[in-house]
Design a protein. Structure first.
Length: 641
């Protein structure tokens, strides 16, 4: 991604929650926070039941010194904190950066009084003090009262977005209003944002990035972001947590520690990386209405989406690409599409799980392609629920959005050959370095759509469910939909890994001179299809939608483009100048020994057939990889960080 020279903006501090006794979390969180280069932490302290023999220092006495050894720590106490909590923090003025007294919104004047008294107490002990949660009207009251803000070094302001569909005017207005009140009374405390946050409960990661940038760039004296990590479901009933489900998704990493887009970009390139993605996904300037509505591609920053968007734009169509950038590195594809096609391609940073986004996307579409997916069997084995959510639920959400349209746009959905399971009943024999079907008809034509469905692996099941829903929405609701059950596609713009996109992965490794692991014996056979041929098929599908609607089609290179893995490595060895070293691993769940698509059903309906042979296709991919100096995505993340 192109990152222009930027003015530097300080990285905000982060609010971190460590409920009493949760020692096991601290080390992992500290490591992650340090990786991001975070210096400041805001640590809300929670009451814990007094235990016999407790010396009063309790959890705060353990937690705060541990964190203060590595960060500047602002400890945060509620204004109605117990004496035990107040006493536990009292002796820590030497190690803490400050103490915040947080008032709950709408508290009576007596609470204001208590907050100023507490601030005075801590100020006398040598702390820097912050009072937060004072509404603008109460601020005047507080300054007019006895003692006023004398013991208060900073006023903390907080507001959280993303938990409702409310309009937001940004931080500048709020901060200016607070400053005016303070200055009108000659008060000098600093203004801190102690709680800027944004919930991704509806998968609006773009909104979170924009809110983060807005806070980081706000004219405040200091900023803390709420929060670092989402709250895990099992904690939801715990005391002291929020009542609103949506408040559990304020973090930049999920409850399991995996980064959201905001977390990933911050780790990769800090604030500059956020600005670059924000620029990429700014809405295009309004354009005069054209006769033809745009083509919408979900998951369009990925490999297939980029190739399709490129072709459509070259053919004079407007294209809107939606993608949540969950596949690391695909930002480059958006950069490339925009550089190549300017405003003909619009990018929306959006998650296909966000129903509001889907509704808007579908309303604009003339035709739709739904590619957004969790694409790897391996990932689905680790986290089947997320795999289900994205692949099955996300597709049903999209179908519902299409169904709500007065004129539903036609949809092509990309399913997979995995819906046919392992195909263990297809008799095979070893033929040189590949498996071949014993049945001469299958050997000549491949696997057709009459095969029974047999979903294998969570990925097979989630894509298979989506495949069936897409077909059924045609049958039941008369939507114009078609399904491609695709074999292995390869070509430019593919950031292949060993988990998905193995043809590109093999070539990348070979060009780097790195070894390759084959899972199984390497004699398994696939028909590989060059992406230009797939794009031809997709365009043909939309053109012939009235004839093909409600049907599924096996799409791949067919018997003439079938190869075993070791045969392909031999070819790649020739193209790259040396054959990579190979090691072997166990078969992976659901691996098919033989899968070759019989594409005659689609061919008869549309006249399509693949045009690019393996040698030519591999040559073109190798040229693209070399010209673009593509390295492995895992390397890419390492180099960028
Ligand atoms: N490439 C193949 O060989 C192959 C084979 C069979 C099926 N498919 C299917 O084709 C489609 C495209 O595959 P590809 O090879 O281009 O994969 P890809 O990983 O390059 O592209 C998928 C894109 O979807 C995006 N995405 C993922 N989850 C999203 C979400 N919730 N919201 C918005 N965007 C999201 C990713 O960031 C990525 O850019 C996928 O549905 C895949 O399952 C591909």
């Amino acid at each position: 991604m192109t990152v222009a020279a930027e003015q530097t903006t300080e990285l905000p501090g982060f609010t971190v929650f460590f409920p009493p006794g949760e020692n096991h979390r601290i080390n992992a969180a500290v490591a992650a926070l340090k990786r991001l280069g975070i210096r400041r932490l805001r640590v809300p302290l929670m009451e814990e039941p007094a235990r016999p023999g407790d010396n009063g220092a309790g959890w705060a006495g353990v937690l705060l010194p541990r964190l203060a050894a590595e960060f500047d720590v602002l400890a945060c106490l509620p204004s109605d904190a117990s004496d035990a909590l107040i006493n536990a923090v009292g002796p820590l003025s030497d190690i803490l950066d400050g103490i915040e007294i947080a008032m709950a919104p709408g508290k009576p004047a007596s609470a204001l009084r208590r907050a100023t008294d507490l601030a005075a107490h801590f100020k006398a002990l040598g702390f820097h003090t912050v009072v937060s949660g004072i509404e603008m009207t109460s601020l005047d009251l507080m300054m007019a009262s006895d003692g006023g803000l004398r013991a208060v070094d900073a006023i903390g302001i907080s507001t959280h977005q993303g938990t409702g569909i409310t309009s937001w005017e940004g931080w500048s207005g709020i901060i200016t209003s607070y400053r005016q009140i303070l200055e009108s009374r000659g008060a000098a405390p600093r203004l801190w944002i102690t709680g800027a946050g944004f919930s991704t409960w509806r998968h609006d990661d773009r909104g979170q990035i924009r809110a983060f940038l807005s806070a980081a760039e706000a004219p405040a004296d200091r900023v803390y972001w709420s929060s670092f990590q989402d709250i895990a479901p099992f904690e939801k009933s715990g005391q002291g947590f929020h009542a609103d489900e949506r408040d559990y998704f304020q973090g930049i990493v999920r409850a399991d520690g995996s980064p959201k887009l905001l977390g990933r970009l911050l780790e990769q390139g800090g604030i500059s990386a956020l600005r670059a993605v924000d620029r990429l996904s700014r809405p295009a300037p309004a354009r005069p209405a054209l006769a033809e509505k745009p083509v919408v591609i979900t998951g369009g920053a990925g490999f297939i989406g980029t190739n399709l968007a490129d072709r459509l734009a070259r053919d004079g169509h407007r294209v809107i690409v939606y993608d949540n950038l969950s596949r690391a590195g695909v930002e480059r594809n958006i950069d490339w599409l925009k550089a190549t096609h300017g405003n003909a391609v619009t990018y929306g940073l959006a998650d296909s799980l966000d129903p509001y986004v889907l509704r808007d996307a579908v309303a604009q579409a003339n035709r739709m392609f739904h590619f957004a997916a969790q694409v790897a069997v391996t990932t689905s084995l680790v986290d089947p629920v997320t795999d289900f959510e994205i692949n099955a639920r996300g597709t049903v959400n999209l179908l519902e959005a299409i169904r709500a349209q007065p004129e539903p746009p036609p949809l092509v959905f990309t399913s997979t050959n995995k819906v046919y399971g392992k195909l263990g009943d297809v008799g095979l024999e070893l033929d040189g370095k590949r498996y071949a079907p014993a049945d001469p008809a299958i050997r000549a034509r491949g696997i057709d759509e009459s095969r029974p469905l047999d979903f294998y692996s969570p990925y097979g099941a989630s894509k298979g469910s989506a495949d069936q829903y897409v077909l059924d929405y045609c049958r039941t609701f008369d939507l114009p939909t078609a399904v491609f059950r695709m074999s292995c596609i390869y070509g430019p713009h593919q950031f292949g890994t060993e988990d998905q996109g193995w043809v590109a992965h093999f070539l990348i490794r070979a060009l780097q001179g790195s070894p390759i692991t084959l899972y199984g014996d390497g004699y398994q056979v696939r028909d590989i299809l060059f992406v230009d041929d797939l794009v031809d098929a997709m365009i043909a599908a939309q053109t012939h939608m009235p004839a093909i609607r409600g049907k599924a089609f096996n799409i791949g290179g067919g018997p003439t483009n079938a190869t075993s893995l070791v045969e392909l490595l031999d070819r790649i060895g020739e193209a790259a100048g040396c054959r990579p070293d190979i090691s072997y691993g166990p078969w992976r769940p659901g691996d098919q020994l033989y899968y070759v698509s019989d594409t005659s059903r689609f061919g008869s309906a549309t006249g399509w057939k693949p045009r690019t042979g393996i040698a030519k296709g591999i040559g073109r991919l190798a040229d693209w990889l070399a010209e673009n100096r593509i390295i492995e995505p895992s390397e890419l993340e390492r180099v960028a960080s």
